[in-house]
Design a protein around this ligand. Sequence first.
Ligand code: UD1
Ligand code: CA
Length: 449
Amino acid sequence: MAKRSCLAIILAAGEGTRMRSALPKVMHQVAGLPMLGHVLAAARGAGATRIAVVVGPEARAVREFIAKQAPDAVVHEQAERKGTAHAVLAARKELAGGHDDILVLYGDTPLITPATLKKLRGALVRGADVAFLGFRPDVPTGYGRLIMDGRQLVAIREEKDGSDEERRIGFCNAGVAAFRGSAAPLLKKIGNRNAKGEYYLTDLVEIANRGKRKVVALETEAEEVLGVNTRKELAAIEAVFQSRARDAAMTGGATLTAPETVFFSHDTQLGRDVVVEPNVVFGPGVTIADGVTIRAFSHLEGARVATGAVIGPYARLRPGAEIGAKARIGNFVEVKNGVIDEGAKVNHLTYIGDAHVGARSNIGAGTITCNYDGYGKYHTEIGADVFVGSDSALVAPVTLGDGSYVGSGSVITEDVPADALAIGRGRQVVKPGWAATFRAKHADKGGHD
Ligand code: UD1
Ligand code: CA
């Protein structure tokens, strides 16, 4: 199949009015990625050699997203919504490209898998001219019904055009279709004489049947072809995605203590023997190596964590956090654009931003890198084997040399040479007997209560 060329046409011209949003529907995110991104990935995964996306007018956000995420994909505009066949024909230039297989997908059906799309293409390899994806929803109302004659799909009847008998059919059109490039000219024969006055892609089935072509239907689970019209449906799809991601994580060798409380991003990568405790959230761009433990209530985004490190509980890793092997990031510690080398410990109540912490260094509780002056960001360089006493403020730009010490409660504004001790705080004053004298003076007032 690898040798067959494949054009994927993704329909994304829907207005999505029921989302009540300023954002085009296909830009709403599932696991941190716009729905359209999921569909683009599925098309690629199914071996699409060319991808065309059909968008509506004023789809600037969609065009920008495609330019970034799939710069090789081409965008075609459907100026007016006149039905699914009309939408496919908005990409007619691509249809003329002599592709072996053509796949049609919806931009608002993000759970479709490459495996299912490959099966549809497989039907073409085995001789079908047209193959539609079917499913059996709990409530078929509103879907096109697949009318079968043995293994031949003879027609798809839209809800509004069907007879009572046809509406009793439970086998429904998911909207995903595959057809041979040689069947593409049939699309031009589709008319709009139906209840909605639209050009229905589904009419391709009857037209192909008239031409004695082989038309088949493949069945998939309803869950995979769930579409999004409302925010509630978006949440339902997010839930399915998360459940799949949790299963995949566990199958891949990670332990999730309470899987239903862990939230993944579309691109989260976990190594083997990773342990994820309850209530952990992965934002986009996280890679976790083997043997890492992410303790409860941690939030990670744009971060890399190397083998054997322990993160949390209650840790926050922000973009640019790189945690070295066996390092420790403890409770209420935030790391942003910070590299923490092997074996370093940042265990409590600390902010590390725009900084490098060398191997085996120990950053005491309450340490803050003061990286921002309201205008610019500045770097803090901490060498290897450094010990920073608790409650210190490191005012960037500043460097702590290898093996240096910082006394607790210091405000460090100047570089500290290797192996030196820096103390940057008011010197302690002790006045013997002062407290007793003070109390005696106030004794007649009855003291404090
Ligand atoms: C369509 C199918 C129906 C199927 C259902 C599955 C047809 C005629 N009907 O119905 O058999 O059961 O999907 O969900 O194909 N779109 C455009 N431009 C248009 C029209 C649609 O881009 O002019 C896009 C929409 O954004 C959407 C998809 O095509 O992503 C489906 O359109 P929609 O109007 O939701 O089709 P249904 O009436 O639900
Ligand atoms: Ca629909």
